[in-house]
Design a protein around this ligand. Structure first.
Ligand SMILES: *Cc1c(COP(=O)(O)O)cnc(C)c1O
Length: 399
């Protein structure tokens, strides 16, 4: 039996070092509690970056996946499979979109969305120099297309050239978006609540303004809800709060609650006028295994009213984090919606996160000076209270 430190050393001798990992090896989990290989318990306020919405050790979810393993795992997209048919019905129903393509990850969902937008514009005017507008502080993934529309220059710089004709504007500044629009603009891509980039929610005025601009000029609005969607803000999808709809929507993270699956969805109009047979594909995407997970996720979301619950507990978390912000001068701002919130510090947050981890609370950053709260959506107010005790303890230890 290796100790945790031995396992970490072994990991660092063979894994590519693309992450500065926290010094812990997680072994198993139950509900909203993670356990390391020494059996130490940690309250989880990260949920694997917004993935494990239903909590760990969810028996019905596990049983649904086990049953599918015993039936069939994979067929390829040249054939139909029942879980994918059901999953497509569910994700279009709850998002209000018409057509879906399943992917293996968020980044691939964004790639597909960008391709659909370019093809739509290509079919309209036959030209191949269309432009896409993205926002500063955005995050859309690490593959070339997704990275090209990610609004953080240092992520892009070493990998240039990016895909061409991408322009950047500011979130919540409609004039900055207008200033980037030309006759060549085919799409605007944005998150309803920016995640990795620092928890910046789009205002109602801004998102409605962008929608109106897009309608006026037949530009496609791509909304990336890979992090803020799937119930996290109190709605199945965060844009639903504003009564608007994107032309293309990307989803992943909590869509499968632990199995790697994403999706891009579109309206019928975009579906009929963009990607055709031969234009796009994936070997694994939407296989019976991951689609069985999606079906069970939506079943439990409906049965347990997960989005509503996230909204309620999210409001409680908001109230409590406001109190924390008032009590600690090192905290300068507090932003977010539902169970997706951030505390902004006047300093780097790594020491706070490490102190919390030591005391049995898992937190994550969003940029160097923001702590991000992204708990499983099944947490209760009592878990928020327990989190606050440890967080205060960690903050006090650093004062
Ligand atoms: C995580 C994330 C992605 C990328 O998803 P991966 O599954 O890591 O490729 C894209 N967009 C947003 C908003 C995300 O939070």
């Amino acid at each position: 039996m290796s100790t945790m430190q031995e396992m970490i050393n072994e990991a660092e001798s063979s894994l590519l070092h693309t992450y500065n990992r926290y010094q812990v090896v997680f072994d198993h989990a139950d509900g909203v509690t993670l356990y390391d290989t020494d059996g130490k318990a940690y309250l989880d306020f990260v949920s694997g970056i917004g993935v494990f919405a239903l909590g760990y050790g969810n028996k019905e979810y596990n049983d649904a996946l086990k049953a599918q393993i015993d039936k069939i795992l994979h067929t390829s997209n040249y054939y139909y499979n029942e879980p994918a048919i059901q999953a497509a019905k569910l994700v279009t129903k709850y998002s209000g979109m018409d057509r879906v393509f399943f992917t293996n990850s968020g980044a691939e969902a964004v790639e597909g969305a960008l391709k659909a937008a370019r093809k739509y514009a290509y079919l309209k005017d036959g030209s191949t120099d269309h432009e896409i507008i993205a926002l500063n502080h955005s995050f859309h993934g690490r593959t070339f297309g997704a990275l090209s529309v990610t609004g953080k220059a240092q992520y892009r710089e070493p990998f240039k050239p990016m895909i061409g004709n991408i322009k950047f504007a500011e979130i919540n500044d409609l004039e900055s978006v207008k200033a980037q629009i030309t006759d060549k603009t085919c799409a605007i891509i944005m998150e309803t609540v920016q995640g990795e980039g620092g928890i910046f929610p789009a205002t109602e005025e801004f998102i409605k303004g962008v929608r109106a601009l897009c309608d006026e000029k037949d530009i496609l609005l791509i909304i990336d809800e890979i992090q803020c969607g799937m119930g996290r803000t109190g709605y199945y999808f965060a844009f639903q709060k504003f009564g608007i709809k994107p032309d293309i929507l990307t989803v992943a993270k909590a869509l499968g609650c632990g199995v790697p699956v994403g999706a891009f969805l579109m309206t019928e109009k975009v579906g009929q006028n963009s990607l055709k047979a031969g234009d796009h594909g994936t070997t694994y995407g939407g296989n019976p295994f991951v689609c069985a997970a999606i079906c069970e996720v939506f079943r439990q979301f409906e049965e347990k009213k997960i989005p509503e619950h996230a909204g309620e507990v999210g409001a409680y978390l908001y109230e409590k984090l406001e109190e924390i912000k008032e009590a600690y001068p090192m905290i300068t701002d507090h932003r977010g919606r539902g169970l997706m919130q951030g505390l902004v510090f006047d300093r780097e947050v790594a020491p706070v996160i490490n102190a919390a981890l030591e005391k049995g609370l898992v937190l994550i950053n969003a940029g160097a000076n923001i702590i991000r709260f992204l708990p499983p959506l099944v947490i209760e107010k009592k878990d928020v209270d327990d989190m606050l005790v440890i967080l205060k303890d960690a903050l006090n230890s650093l004062q």
